[in-house]
Design a protein around this ligand. Structure first.
Ligand code: PGA
Length: 383
């Protein structure tokens, strides 16, 4: 049963549209009457300005959730700038005799000018604010799905992608065997393809290995390197990872470099030292140019696939620390490096974790195997 006040979304939308239509018609009629001399000229100017401001606001609000932080900054800036210009126009043509209105116009202009200056200052500060980083949600499918299932999953992600802000960058990393089929399924979408590993060598007699150049040829843009499962089960060391990173960059792949401590290390309070060493031994060897094209994923081993998640505060604490360690080597560029959280990240906890200043998204395992959950995680970014 429907009660009073619990209108369906469609009805509310419909009502809003009717109100907007009525306001626009009233403004146009009033504007027309003043042009025709029935109402004073200043009234005409005011209503036209109101109409223009209303349209601008309406369009801006509709587009707001799809804009990146930088674009929002510019939108706010131009809103003030346009208002300032409009005020200058009103002031310039204000009838000299109508002292009251001249004064009124001047006050309005002063307010708008102050707004304009604030907007410029805000924009300058805003542009230099560190949190202008890419928002990323990457799916690590690990050794799951058969090729046909992988294609279905990728198609599901493509189909629902439009429901999530275009400011979120989605990446899917299927097993090697599915890459070309998944690449085909992703065609025409903005979802990027990544691999879960690559060989440390360029080519040659390395049975069972897959070279970074092969991944690039299949359309991969990213490659996960140093995942704890690779370090733990396949003995990957920093020495191997340095070579893999070189291969990735040589083939224009962006590495998603994973760091993170295990439970024992966390309990012994060694987590900061562990991630610091993982960064120093590999990331510190990159050139400044290479570093600009790097994604870091912090994945506490005790949270991977266990259902245990680091709290948002724990994630923020170590992400901020990672950024500090990066800044020691790369300076201001560290503020631009996306740092993802990984480890039992799911729709229910993504928003809280992603809300933290230094968390720029997630590397998702289990929850990336269902298109709806994967996309719902992307909705975890604040509008
Ligand atoms: P999980 O895996 O989300 O299943 O915990 C994350 C990862 O290992 O990348």
């Amino acid at each position: 049963m429907q009660h009073f006040g619990s209108m369906s979304e469609q009805e509310t939308e419909h009502r809003k549209r009717r109100i907007a239509d009525a306001v626009i018609i009233a403004v146009i009629v009033a504007g027309g009457l003043s042009i025709g001399g029935v109402l004073p000229a200043w009234f005409g100017r005011a209503v036209w300005l109101l109409l223009a401001a209303g349209c601008w606001l309406w369009l801006a609000l509709r587009a707001w959730h799809r804009l990146t932080m930088r674009q929002r900054g510019w939108l706010v800036f131009w809103s003030y700038a346009a208002a300032g210009c409009a005020a200058a126009w009103v002031l310039h043509t204000a009838p000299e005799q109508a002292t009251l209105w001249v004064r009124f116009d001047r006050i309005c202009s002063a307010i708008l000018l102050a707004g304009l200056i604030t907007a410029i200052a805000y924009n300058i500060i805003y542009k230099n604010k560190p949190n202008m980083r890419k928002k990323i949600v990457a799916g690590n499918w690990k050794m799951n799905t058969l090729p046909a299932e992988g294609v279905e999953l990728a198609k599901g992600v493509v189909a629902g992608r439009g429901e999530v802000c275009s400011c979120v960058n989605f990446i899917v990393c299927p097993p090697f065997t599915h890459l070309s089929m998944v690449a085909e399924a992703l065609k025409g979408s903005d979802i990027a393809l990544g691999a879960q590993n690559c060989a440390a060598e360029a080519k040659g007699a390395y049975t069972g290995e897959v070279a970074a150049s092969m991944l690039a040829a299949l359309g991969c843009k990213y490659v996960i390197l140093g995942h704890s499962e690779r370090r733990q089960y396949y003995g990957e060391t920093s020495a191997t990872l340095n070579k893999k990173m070189e291969q990735a960059y040589a083939n224009n792949l962006t590495p998603i470099y994973c760091v993170g401590e295990n439970l024992e290390e966390r309990e012994a309070g060694k987590h900061f030292d562990v991630v610091k060493a993982q960064i120093e031994e590999v990331v510190y060897n990159l050139t400044e140019e290479q570093f600009k094209n790097l994604v870091i994923a912090y994945e506490p081993v005790w949270a991977i696939g266990t259902g245990k998640t680091a709290t948002a505060e724990q994630a923020q604490e170590i992400h901020a620390y990672i950024r500090k360690v990066l800044a020691e080597k790369f300076g201001a560029a560290a503020a631009e490096c996306p740092i993802l959280y990984g480890g039992s990240c799911k729709p229910a906890n993504a928003a809280e974790i992603f809300a933290k200043e230094d968390v720029d998204g997630g590397l998702i395992g289990g929850a990336a195997l269902k298109a709806a959950d994967f996309l719902a995680i992307g909705k975890g970014f604040a509008k």
